[in-house]
Design a binder for this molecule. Structure first.
Ligand code: CA
Length: 370
């Protein structure tokens, strides 16, 4: 009797019992019986994953590749994910729509790119003067953040997972020194998310561009300044060839999270073990990106300052203080206007206040002491 017929005659539950009770090496079975119990019939899946990054771009673009690789390995080839660079299947900043509409089953991007569609999404990438990477991951996984994130994406049929974190970013690339808040006035700068809103309030003009377009825009003068990520990624785009001063710290992006998004219908079609694999592969990628950036940023910074003579500058204290005041105003105003933001920000703020209090005497006290 053929295996398929055997299973259908037995009925799925009886076959399942037989499979769990016997193994192919069971000495009481003859060869035919061994063949019958050796391989359960399991459905396989093929997914497309669209991203906002150039294909295989260091860090950001490697994370979705790593996700696909881990899922393939853990699922024993039952879930194969083909990764597309930004623009290969859909434009870099249309990842969310593609996943929502089912053009792709999965996406890798950052939530603040969807602020025009879902203003509350911005809180799930980063908030100026907000949580660090470590704190953000804690809010997401132990502070109720993930539940809120799922709630705001639910109407779009999209399930989000944290999908990598850059840690504290750099403040950006400028061709003039920033000595006062006035120096930001009239400045056309690439800056996404809430940071861009703060820049606008400070008199600048924020521009949202996908990563792959930043260098040309800066070099041709379409923008006056830009931020991207940190030394490792900024070096990869050659931003030092288009600007002289490299400012820190990245007040606007203190621990930016990427997101892995999954089309809900596609996720629901997976058996439970593959769903668990997707969930855990996302968790691996989320931690892995931060580990890689932490390892590579300093070496890249040394290369930028010694080999490429980049001038490193710290934002003046009063500029940072004023930007922090503006940030608080901007976020509070958003919360007053939008009930979804108010709900997310209540949770974010309560978590931030409590974690800052503890980190004063733990992480920060230690870093200051060593
Ligand atoms: Ca950035």
């Amino acid at each position: 009797m053929k295996r398929r017929n055997f299973i259908s005659v037995m009925g799925a539950s009886v076959a399942g019992l037989l499979l769990s009770a016997c193994s192919p090496s069971d000495k009481s079975l003859n060869d035919t019986q061994k063949a019958q119990v050796a391989v359960p019939v399991q459905e396989s899946f093929e997914w497309k994953m669209v991203t906002s990054w150039p294909k295989n771009f260091p860090g950001l673009g490697e994370a979705p590749e790593r996700f696909a690789k881990e899922v393939k390995r853990m699922s024993n080839d039952r879930l194969i994910i083909k990764v597309y660079g930004g623009g290969e299947l859909v434009p870099p900043l249309e990842v969310f729509d593609a996943v929502s509409q089912g053009t792709a089953e999965a996406g890798h991007s950052a939530a603040y790119y969807w602020k025009g569609k879902i203003p509350a999404a911005q809180f799930f990438s980063t908030v100026p003067f907000g949580l660090t990477a470590q704190e953000f991951n804690s809010w997401i996984h132990y502070g109720g953040g993930l539940e809120l994130w799922r709630e705001i994406y639910e109407p779009f049929g999209v399930i989000p997972f944290a999908g990598g974190n850059t840690g504290v970013q750099m403040g950006g690339w400028f061709n003039k020194e920033i000595n006062s808040l006035d120096d930001l006035k009239g400045l056309k700068m690439r800056m996404p998310g809430l940071g861009g809103e703060v820049l606008q309030r400070a008199g600048g003009t924020p521009v949202n561009l996908p990563g792959g377009e930043i260098f040309t825009a800066l070099q041709t003068g379409t923008i006056d300044a830009t931020e991207w990520v940190g030394p490792y990624n900024d070096l990869a785009f050659g931003l030092h060839k288009a600007a002289k001063y490299y400012y820190f710290p990245g007040w606007h992006e203190p621990g930016t999270s990427m997101e892995i998004t999954i089309n809900k219908k596609a996720f629901d079609k997976l058996p439970e073990d593959l769903q668990a694999i997707v969930e855990n592969a996302a968790r691996v990628v989320n931690q892995d990106m931060l580990d890689e950036y932490t390892a590579r940023n300093n070496a890249s910074l040394v290369e930028l300052t010694t080999k490429h003579n980049v001038e490193l500058r710290k934002f003046p204290k009063d500029v940072l203080e004023k930007l922090q005041v503006i940030s608080e105003e901007v976020v509070n105003e958003f919360a007053e206007k939008d009930p979804a933001i108010a709900k997310v920000y209540d949770s974010y703020k309560a978590f931030r206040d409590s974690v800052i209090e503890y980190h004063e005497i733990s992480e920060k006290a230690y870093i200051n002491a060593r």
